[in-house]
Write a protein that binds this ligand. Sequence first.
Ligand code: ADP
Ligand code: MG
Length: 224
Amino acid sequence: MGDWVNIEVRDSGAGIPPEVLPRVFAPFFTTKPAGVGTGLGLSICKDIVSGMGGTIGVESTVGLGTRFVVRLPSAIAPGAGKAASIVPLGAAGPRPRVLVVDDDAQVATSLARMLRLHFEVLTAQSGRAALELLASEPAIDALVSDVMMPDGNGLELQRALGGTRPELARRVVFVTGAASDGEVRASLERTGQPWLEKPVSSAALLALLTELVAGVSAGSTAST
Ligand SMILES: Nc1ncnc2c1ncn2[C@@H]1O[C@H](COP(=O)(O)OP(=O)(O)O)[C@@H](O)[C@H]1O
Ligand SMILES: [Mg+2]
């Protein structure tokens, strides 16, 4: 008919037992050990596909492998009015603005790429540059910040925001390559903010940011 696009992704892995299968799309459901699985990969896939008016299904045989089928409405539907049912991501209104802070331009670009479907992304290359940018661009909803940076590290940046923009200080996700350093890890834990180890999983980052931005906008309408 041409109204729908079917995308099939198959593997020859371990397969999913029948008692687990109905739960794989549930947020935070994982069979992986704590600290390994987030349980968010498939939940985010489902949200994205549903947001486009599509469906995602799974079939699996233990020992043989797993098959996911994504079904999306075609953008060029022959039937009149069919295309109107497609809701492009981010078309529902202005996207929240996220500032990505990393001294490694390549990392900043790759983080920005992960986020740009859902957020408007700005970048800065140090804690100091971030504070300067925030002074001229106050309309930032959340930050994703590296920790170790030569010119104003991420922890200092978050602490500085605590004094000037406390609501924004609670919307910082740290990303770090130094989580194996006990002191860095302890400092991160003390901030009370979520952090992710590099290389960052885009699903985990999106989930954390979405939660932070939604939590704050639902909990407080007075602050800007
Ligand atoms: N291709 C697959 N083969 C076998 N099991 C899978 C597959 N994809 C997902 N699963 C199962 O679904 C669970 C949830 O997946 P997901 O939402 O991506 O979270 P995570 O990968 O963090 O556990 C996994 O823990 C695993 O048990
Ligand atoms: Mg996964």
